[in-house]
Ligand binder design. Structure first.
Ligand SMILES: [Zn+2]
Length: 72
């Protein structure tokens, strides 16, 4: 039950207009709230901004690799 665990861990939550719980666990990179339907203790949550930063990093890495003639 993510509801009890979220309460125990002090995770901010909200109930949407359909009566579904929404959790805001902190992002493991920036600490900002991450919108989530489920809360699992021990899960690493990443906010959208950090996810985008991460995929940009991967993209840059791939480009560098292409210049060094290594293709995936
Ligand atoms: Zn973040």
């Amino acid at each position: 039950m993510s509801y009890i665990e979220a309460q125990r861990d002090g995770i901010p939550m909200k109930r949407d207009r359909h009566g579904k719980n929404i959790y805001y666990p902190p992002c493991h990179i920036c600490g900002g709230p991450v919108y989530s339907w489920v809360y699992k203790p021990g899960n690493r949550y990443t906010c959208r901004a950090c996810k985008e930063k991460d995929s940009t990093k991967k993209h840059i890495k791939a480009l560098v690799c292409m210049r060094n003639m290594c293709y995936y």
